[in-house]
Unconditional design. Structure first.
Length: 314
């Protein structure tokens, strides 16, 4: 059956979640960018008449920190609250092959009969710039019909997918006694996240100590408003409702249109440069000038339209 990309996009816009898997196939097919653009045009802020109401949540952190297990619990919590959820699990499989962690890795659990949940894994397998764009596009498409869209990525500091650029709220997840994140924060190597989560709180004192250390580091950085939550995702779960509330509180405090407009402009610039090279950026008169061009564009324009605007001037 032929699936018309514009029609798929229109179904997403109308809240038809059953169009999501086919829409993701269109987006993941990096060989047919026109189809993806046609689909995405239907869910752009201009087509929606404003920003997609979904909460875009980034969940990122070191391998094995407990992200997926936590998401099983969070998805359950959101479903209880009647919210539909899509999760894009970005799996840097190429980096992990043969790693001992693989055996220990949890999958996000959910009821397969529940059409209010969609879990999609994408392997990155070394496609750098392409993956970042594909993840952003997938999140954009899913934000039309789902209430919550999560992007799970492995990494600390700069991960392959710049979750910041895609998500409204970024939660960094660490396990007790993992010093990396603490050191990266203190050294300013890592951006201060919107929410910090210490997992495996059932381990007791080590989790409490990590929570205190992170709170102190944030205070020293002048970011004591950033919540640090300790959670346990195994039975009995603890702190999950509080985390869901903290994510909501962050989102409620955002100027959403402003954050997303800035994110779309940053994505357009990055993707334009990834595709056409630094020389194309120079042809525009440099990064500053390109940013100025983008800032003059209508805030409701989608990333594809912004990239076209850059191309037209280069
Ligand atoms: N005790 C305890 N173990 C946990 C908890 N959450 C996760 N784990 C365990 O930690 C291991 C890694 O959990 P995952 O959820 O796969 O971690 P992840 O961050 O998604 O890992 P990657 O996707 O491989 O980066 C698994 O063995 C989990 O069972 C928790 O709250 N308490
Ligand atoms: Mg995982």
């Amino acid at each position: 059956m032929a699936t018309d990309p514009s029609e798929l996009g229109a179904r997403l816009r109308d809240g038809d979640r059953s169009a999501a898997p086919a829409a993701l196939n269109v987006i993941e097919n990096r060989a047919d960018r026109e189809a993806a653009a046609a689909l995405l045009a239907e869910v752009s802020p201009a087509a929606l008449g404003g920003e997609a109401p979904a909460h875009l949540v980034g969940v990122t952190g070191p391998p094995g920190a407990g992200k997926s297990t936590l998401l099983s619990a969070l998805v359950g919590r959101w479903r209880e609250a009647g919210r539909t959820v899509a999760v894009l699990a970005v799996d840097p499989s190429s980096k992990r092959s043969g790693g001992s962690l693989l055996g220990d890795r949890a999958r996000i659990e959910h009821d397969p009969g529940d059409d209010g949940v969609l879990i999609r894994s994408t392997a990155t397998a070394g496609r750098l710039g392409g993956l970042a764009a594909a993840t952003r596009e997938a999140a954009e498409a899913l934000a039309a019909p789902f209430d919550v869209v999560v992007v799970e990525t492995v990494g600390v500091g700069q991960s392959e997918t710049d979750v910041e650029e895609v998500c409204d709220t970024v939660a960094v997840v660490v396990q007790p006694a993992s010093g990396d994140v603490l050191q990266f924060l203190k050294a300013g190597i890592m951006e201060v996240p919107d929410v910090l989560v210490v997992t495996k709180a059932d381990l007791g004192e080590p989790a409490r100590r990590s929570q205190r250390d992170l709170e102190q580091a944030l205070a020293a950085l002048g970011s004591s408003e950033v919540p640090v939550l300790a959670v346990s995702s195994v039975s009995p779960p603890a702190g999950i409702a509080e985390l869901a509330d903290a994510l909501d509180a962050h989102r409620a405090g955002l100027d959403l249109a402003d954050r997303r407009t800035r994110a779309r402009r940053a994505s357009a610039l990055r993707e334009f440069t990834a595709e056409h090279g630094e020389s194309a950026l120079r042809a525009l008169g440099g990064r500053r000038e390109a940013e100025r061009l983008l800032a003059a564009e209508d805030p409701s324009r989608g990333v594809a339209a912004l990239i076209e605007a850059l191309k037209a001037r280069a």
